[in-house]
Ligand binder design. Sequence first.
Ligand code: AMP
Ligand code: GLY
Length: 435
Amino acid sequence: MNNTLTNILILGSGGREHALVWKIKQSRHATKVYVAPGNAGTALVATNVPIDVTDFVQIRHFCIENEIQMVVVGPEVPLVEGISDFFQNDLMLKHIAVIGPSQQGAMLEGSKAYAKAFMMRHDIPTARYLAVTSDNLQEGIDFLGQLDAPYVLKADGLAAGKGVVILPQLADAKLELQAMLDGKFGKASKEVVIEEFLDGIEVSVFVLTDGSSYQVLPSAKDYKRIGVGDTGPNTGGMGAVSPVVFADKDFMGKVKTRIIQPTIDGLKKDAIDYKGFIFIGLMNVKGDPFVIEYNVRLGDPETECILPRIKSDFVELLKSCAYSQLNTYSLETDERYAVTVMLVSEGYPGDYPKGRMISGLDNVNDCIIFHAGTSFDIEKEKPKTNGGRVIAVTALDYILEDARVTAQVNAARIAYEGRYFRSDIGLDLVNYKPL
Ligand code: AMP
Ligand code: GLY
């Protein structure tokens, strides 16, 4: 069953999806590969289809017409809107393997209050918290008063990565709580999770589960802030490094026994249908892992960093997930370091221009280029910018510093007006000294 050829549809249009297409195209099992809607990079290796990731009716039509056997869901929104259940409940689509959890499983990302309650129920280490609505506002204010600064407030629902606010002053935190409940993030902040601040170093752990067993994929560190030295506003991610030096055997052992296994067991106990990726945002607090958040998909730009480190045939891996055979799967990884540098548009993460012509892509050596926010200019026959995050450049090397330098040098070879990238991705890990 695992050796049949497969027509695959990937949903999404970012660097993560270009990396997925790149990896899937290397599989001997992939026959035709489509991306909806894709970008200028995915068009070079697969067929782009102009369908929105939440247009389930069009996706259904396309899958039937093109005899799709597997759908890999990149972003969280279609999962939270129930795309897996949509396929499962349709006689014409039921046979198609969807890599992505059920709507209930996607709640682990779609509702922070749900995720926290899940962690409490299954004894998974996480920060102390209280879920607040306008009905228990006073309780929320009292809870803030019991915590030490800084104060962490999270919009319950999806807020395009912007729903977490961390404030140093109690008075500001109280005002922010009120503003969030009053609709600062629209419906997403009608409920707010107040959390104890965890002081430590973050690491992203990626798991693929078939609902009963799992494989741990390479871990990564994401660089969220726009500025060098982790300064300025949060972004979707300015770069990544894999593996993460402090996520060593000992730490990952704790992650497996205290977090991953209880999470998978919790899904089973709660009868949640889950075949897909779990991206666990962890804080390493003095050597002990705590969950900051669950995401029900792969990370971006972490995917551009971890997929080049997977040697195994990716479609075989995904099929093992679809057919509940992950318990017998053996994942092969590349021991080299990967460093990913993200090139962004000027102004990002605020407003930014689009449509700037991109040059220099052919000058890149010893790196893999993944397109993120790009589109193809038909008249000029060149790619142009079409988003805040534009291109990811990934370098691999046995020596972290060498991978870092190669990624930097090549990022500088790609040009467009207003190009910006962080020059210090991975530098902290090169200099990392355990406590
Ligand atoms: P998110 O938008 O959910 O990825 O969260 C944004 C960032 O907020 C995380 O990557 C962490 O750096 C930080 N964060 C979230 N929760 C906590 C916490 N309880 N303690 C410390 N930092 C946190
Ligand atoms: N890089 C963080 C995310 O994909 O959510």
